[in-house]
Design a protein around this ligand. Structure first.
Ligand code: NDP
Length: 475
């Protein structure tokens, strides 16, 4: 009898200990719970300076023909004061506020009220209601995937209204670019602040909230994992994809129209930027269901980083090449144009194929062919917050056997191609490749840290099998 009781007590102790381990595991594999001084310093820097950086870039195009040095030179030599630059900056206008409100409201309507019909007639396209990944608390969210449809409707209406009905000029975005910047900032700050308040007072899923106790960190990196209003309005999917990414191609079209208006022609560099970035944007919407499994949706919480970043940083800084080409129309020689096109397309091919390989591998649980062969992989396991043990696999063949993030390498090649279209007269268009290199290298490290916390020794076996991160044999 005593032996039996002792056994039961021991089983109970083991169960509790497993639960504790599980909690530790949950504590560790999502976003950070503790803020180190470096993260805090970086966050404070970004909160203070990121809006200024965006302003500086856009202002330098508006007032200094895209020179990043001249404004500084003017200020340092006393040629101009900050107030001179500020006074020349266009202010918020009713027109811009109207355009922006209409734009965002229209994207909300497309997102929430029009169920996807593209998947019904486009072979191979995955749309309609789809499931996201398991969250650290063990929740699986459903999403209405209708981004491709929103993109198509928006662009058809754009062409019809700008070129057929002449309701507005196709240069409308360029012509209101700085007033629209103020609107985007207002929305970016409003949504991030709302997300913070919502995280405290009415979270969608309290178990997936994270409070570090540091106000700035929580504001920047977000508290709620998947904030929603109602059943379908998902903040992360909406703000990540629209209004910023739907706008990306329209912004480029507006720049091309401005070139046409100013110079009577559209340069081949502008066409290249429109085509290469257009492929990237269309790829994003074609693969929106896949996007549910990327770090942004699977692991990042919704705070200023995503809220403000998607409203301001993305549409303003990812489109710098087109903006630059309005001020400096570059006509590339045929060989250069073809070289850049090839670099962009090869980069895109690597980016897409690598992402596709992982998606196929995960969807079929490894029962697929990668480059004509059965994929090789490492079995791994992890626990969610409710104590459930899950099994997963890390692929070690295909592009995933070359490097642990070869998709980032392809992305970087494409990013470099956009920048090269602008020639070498100014550094401003090269901001994008510098930024993407920092972003994706940091993301690599951040992701690997998280995967190590999630998979433990299994992750170590994986990194031993695939030792390089981005460039085989080098890094
Ligand atoms: P990944 O698509 O590379 O996803 C990383 C996750 O995949 C890991 O957390 C892990 O998740 C899983 N994983 C890692 N290694 C393997 C493996 N060998 N086999 C199977 N699964 C694995 O990263 P992102 O979500 O960051 O990027 C997606 C794409 O978006 C990239 O191509 C990137 O270039 C692009 N991107 C573009 C940005 C832009 O601003 N233009 C910004 C960010 C990304 P799990 O926990 O499920 O195991």
């Amino acid at each position: 009898m005593a032996a039996h009781q002792e056994k039961k007590l021991s089983e109970e102790r083991n169960r509790k200990s497993t639960q504790n381990d599980t909690r530790t595991s949950q504590v560790q594999w999502g976003r950070a719970w503790e803020v180190d001084w470096f993260s805090l310093a970086s966050i404070l820097f970004l909160l203070m300076f990121a809006p200024l950086i965006v302003y500086y870039f856009i202002m330098s195009c508006d007032q200094y023909q895209c020179s990043l040095i001249d404004p500084l030179f003017d200020l340092l030599t006393g040629n101009k004061h900050l107030s001179d630059i500020w006074n020349k900056t266009p202010t918020l206008t009713y027109r811009a506020a109207g355009i922006y409100t209409l734009w965002v409201a229209f994207q909300v309507v497309l997102y929430v009220f029009i169920p996807d019909f593209c998947h019904k007639f486009l072979p191979g396209y995955v749309g309609g209601v789809q499931e996201g990944a398991v969250t650290p608390a063990g929740v699986v969210n459903k999403y209405e995937i209708n981004g491709l449809q929103a993109w198509i409707i928006t662009h058809v209406l754009w062409f019809a209204n700008a070129y057929y009905f002449h309701c507005f000029s196709p240069t409308i975005i360029f012509d209101n670019w700085i007033p629209l910047l103020w609107c985007a900032n207002i929305l970016g700050y409003a949504v991030s602040t709302f997300a913070m308040i919502k995280g405290y007072f009415f979270p969608t899923n309290a178990e997936d909230c994270k409070f570090t106790g540091n106000f700035f960190y929580d504001y920047m990196m977000g508290i709620e994992f998947n904030p929603r209003i109602g059943k379908w309005f998902d903040f992360k999917l909406f703000f990540n994809g629209r209004p910023g990414i739907v706008a990306w191609t329209l912004i480029n079209l507006s720049y091309a129209a401005k070139q046409q208006e100013l110079y009577g022609q559209v340069t081949n560099s502008m066409i290249l930027v429109n085509v290469l970035q257009g492929i990237y944007v269309l790829d994003f919407f074609w693969n929106e269901a896949w996007y549910l499994k990327t770090i942004d949706i699977c692991h990042d919480h919704f705070g200023w980083y995503l809220g403000w970043g998607d409203c301001v940083w993305l549409p303003y800084l990812y489109t710098l090449q087109g903006l630059y080409l309005v001020y400096h129309p570059v006509q590339l020689g045929t060989a250069n144009a073809i070289g850049i096109l090839m670099l962009g397309l090869i980069g895109y091919y690597i980016f897409r194929t690598t992402n596709h390989q992982k998606d196929l591998f995960r969807r079929t649980n490894g029962n697929c062919k990668i480059w004509g062969k059965k994929p090789e992989y490492i079995e791994c396991s992890y626990m969610s917050g409710d104590g459930t043990k899950y099994h997963s696999k890390l692929m070690t063949s295909g592009f995933w056997g070359w490097a642990r993030h070869f998709n980032y390498t392809g992305d970087l090649m494409g990013s470099l191609a956009y920048c090269l279209t602008c020639g070498f007269d100014h550094i401003l268009p090269y901001f994008y490749i510098v930024y993407m290199t920092i972003l994706l290298t940091h993301r690599c490290i951040r992701d690997e840290h998280r995967c190590f916390s999630k998979y433990g020794k299994d992750w170590k076996r994986y990194t031993a099998a695939v030792p390089y991160r981005l460039i085989p044999g080098i890094f």
